[in-house]
Design a protein. Structure first.
Length: 327
């Protein structure tokens, strides 16, 4: 029960702190607004419809409170972009001129891609990042490098998102400071763990907001220009007609070179089949030796055995003849 009461008290303090932060931000922006903007609803509508004035309202994520912020035209956050296509005589000279102009303006070349050859014509694709104040002057320099075929310019108004991020970052930072103070005064382990989780969550959200804010700031400060430059191809010189002697010479040299190449190919083929020939010779020798051995065995077994039988039969016949003579 005591832990539940402590946790409830902690959440109540957090809610009071967030409400105080939201109210402080709203009162500060209200006090800094012009006197004419604090009139009646009708006067505010007239001021909103008046030319030359702009009002941007951003919703701040702080307990559901809506915070209004006036954004004069001079303070609007505009991202400038452009794409330009040019036909130039020499790509190398154009590249040097582009690098020099961007360097003097304080920008940088984000990427370069060169393709093609001098004969077929080269193509260069570049991405330039230049300060917003030098955007127009760089476009003028690029247009003077050759014949401009296409130019496209567009802008992105990120004022509302920019102001919203500023307010949300300020609110998250105040929230994080309150959580750190509560963490220093926390007593129980459960309160400390709960605060640590909340601090980690708020810190992650704050870093994400700051990352987006820094990205928009960089995009506003540095404009992006895409450049495509095309170089015409250089035609190959036409060859003069050959005389009869030159054609005969070329034909002989071509035939001679072809014959030499064929002889080299045959030599290489012969050398490559030498291992195969050696293997076949070894196999043939083994087969020949086996055939010789089998034939010798057959000769010794067949005719030799028949001679011995005839000799035995002759001896037995002689013996019977001798016995008949005695009788």
């Amino acid at each position: 029960m005591r832990k539940s009461s402590s946790l409830f008290a902690l959440l109540l303090v957090l809610a009071i702190g967030l409400s105080g932060c939201g109210g402080g931000a709203a009162s500060e922006q209200s006090s800094s607004a012009p006197a004419g903007s604090r009139g009646t609803a009708a006067s505010r509508d007239m001021a909103a419809n008046a030319p030359g004035e702009a009002s941007v309202t951003s919703v701040v994520e702080a307990g559901g409170d809506a915070v209004g912020a006036d954004a004069p035209v001079t303070d609007r956050k505009i991202i400038q972009n452009a794409e330009i296509e040019l036909h130039v005589r020499d790509v190398d000279e154009a590249l040097n001129a582009v690098h020099e102009a961007v360097r003097r303006a304080g920008g940088y070349v984000q990427g370069t891609d060169v393709s093609g050859t001098r004969e077929s014509g080269r193509h260069v694709s570049m991405t330039l990042r230049v300060p917003a104040g030098s955007f127009t002057s760089i476009l003028d320099v690029l247009s003077g490098l050759g014949e401009r075929e296409r130019l496209r310019q567009w802008t992105d108004d990120v004022t509302e998102e920019y102001l919203d991020l500023e307010a949300r970052i300020a609110t998250k930072e105040a929230h994080l400071a309150q959580l750190n103070k509560l963490y220093e005064r926390s007593g129980t382990i459960s309160e400390m763990l709960e605060l640590e989780r909340e601090i980690a969550r708020v810190t992650a959200e704050l870093e994400s907001l700051k990352g987006r804010y820094n990205y928009l700031s960089n995009q506003v400060a540095f404009s992006t220009i895409g450049v495509n430059m095309y170089e015409p191809g250089v035609p190959m010189p036409r060859a003069t007609p050959q005389t009869l002697g030159e054609r005969m010479r070329d034909s002989f040299l071509y035939s001679w070179n072809a014959t030499i190449a064929m002889a080299e190919s045959l030599l290489i083929a012969l050398v490559s089949i030498i291992p195969v020939l050696l293997f076949l010779v070894v196999i043939a020798a083994v087969v020949f030796i086996l055939i010789k051995l089998i034939g010798g065995v057959r000769r010794r077994g067949g005719p030799g055995g028949a001679g011995d039988g005839r000799a035995d039969r002759g001896a037995s016949g002689g013996q019977s003849q001798s016995e008949g003579g005695q009788d």
